[in-house]
Design a protein. Sequence first.
Length: 230
Amino acid sequence: MAGRGRSNPLALAVLTLLWERPMHPYEMSMTLRERRKDETVRLNFGSLYSVVEGLEKRGLIEAASTEREGNRPTRTVYRITDAGATEAVDWLSDLVRTPVKEFPQFEAALSFLPLLAPDDVARLLRMRAASVRTTLTSLETTVDEARRQGLPRIFALEAEYEIGLLRAELDFVVGLEASISDGTLEHVDMWRSLHARTNAAGRIDPDELAEAVADALSPFLSGQEGPPDR
């Protein structure tokens, strides 16, 4: 049973909460939001109830009791099973131990960047850098405030990790923008010349594009080592 259905981090969040104490789904949702875990895992009531149902079917959690407040519908309180506790520990250990290939949208954008003109890319990167700086400032302020309030560091490690990623991204974005703007990026002249050939519809003639790309890549495709001299 272990190892199946590990694609949704929300399931791990549910197991972790129930490892602390039994809860009903609404309490799970509120607890995750209070702890700002909704910034780490995608959370909405529909997906949460689906995850709870799936975990119950797999025997990782079970209904412990029901409760009712006033005229509200009856709520089922769930608790983690022994199998669920084992799965939670195994799953979390695997996530910490083993790097996996993820597919960030910005990485995808970088792989298709030549579709845009260099000067447009530089402008967009400056805008992205400004946005990243704003997010960084907000996140660092939140973490500093949590520390002043005495929150143990172990409960905010994901925020520290995000800060580290954002700082690295900012360095990369700023450096890339600068290399495009000052012309030091390899083959930026070829990139500019391609976009200088755009027609009224903003497209490059397909034959010209194919010829230019083939010319740029020919040393690599022919097995020549090193970048082409252009």
